[in-house]
Design a protein around this ligand. Structure first.
Ligand code: SF4
Length: 221
């Protein structure tokens, strides 16, 4: 007997509920792993984290945030000098240009403050939905689904999406995960991706959500 799309969605939502219960127990400590002390530092660290590990970004920002202490410092920075400061995070030319322009926009259009709406934060140079959702969730506690490389891979493996485009995956997850869990679930996916469901080889045998994952059905059984 075939089931309707609506019933199928209901079944997946139930699976997600179970996964959240398990994650809440297993990853109580799940949080943003980028180091920052001021809101603009998180905005910059998240931009630097594109195509780079959080670990590497934390090494770079340790010195960077001592050298450039304010939004104004970044807005006044020399593109070349900033390129050198962030070189090891990759794509440093684009990142340097975007960070300086972003901080100039913060000063000129937002009084030096980080905007508290998705619409406005997305206007900033170099800020996509991933960065926007990280910053809004961390700084303003505005729920958001963050699709990074781990969240993308896990959503696909678990069977929460068939899409490959991060924005489409974000909307799929927004539909399946209760809004109050959007931010925490995003962090939990990252933790699970780093510790268990690794990119090269998922450790399904020791996975605590194996009963709720599509991938294990296909691969193990
Ligand atoms: S069962 Fe395997 S594929 Fe599924 S989430 Fe766990 S480790 Fe990843």
């Amino acid at each position: 007997m075939s089931i309707s799309k609506r019933e199928k969605k209901g079944i997946i939502r139930e699976r997600v509920k179970k996964i959240i219960e398990v994650f809440d127990e297993s990853y109580k400590e799940a949080c943003c792993s980028l180091n920052y002390n001021k809101p603009h530092e998180l905005l910059i660290a998240t931009q630097l984290a594109a195509q780079c590990t959080d670990e590497r970004v934390n090494i770079v920002t340790k010195e960077l945030f001592t050298k450039y202490r304010t939004v104004q410092d970044f807005a006044n920075a020399s593109t070349k000098e900033l390129e050198g400061d962030i070189m090891s995070t990759g794509f440093y030319r684009n990142k340097s240009r975007n960070i300086i322009k972003c901080c100039q926009m913060l000063i000129n259009e937002f009084n030096g403050e980080i905007p508290d709406s998705l619409e406005n934060i997305l206007r900033l140079s170099g800020v996509g939905r991933k960065t926007a959702n990280v910053v809004l969730g961390e700084i303003y506690s505005i729920p958001g689904i963050v699709i990074d490389t781990h969240a993308k891979r896990l959503s696909q493996r678990i069977g929460l999406t068939r899409n490959t485009d991060p924005v489409k995956i974000e909307f799929d997850l927004m539909d399946l995960v209760p809004k109050s869990n959007w931010t925490s679930f995003s962090h939990q996916l990252v933790f699970h991706g780093r510790q268990v469901c690794k990119a090269r080889k998922p450790n399904c045998e020791e996975c605590m959500i194996i009963d709720y994952c599509n991938y294990s059905e296909k691969v193990i059984k």
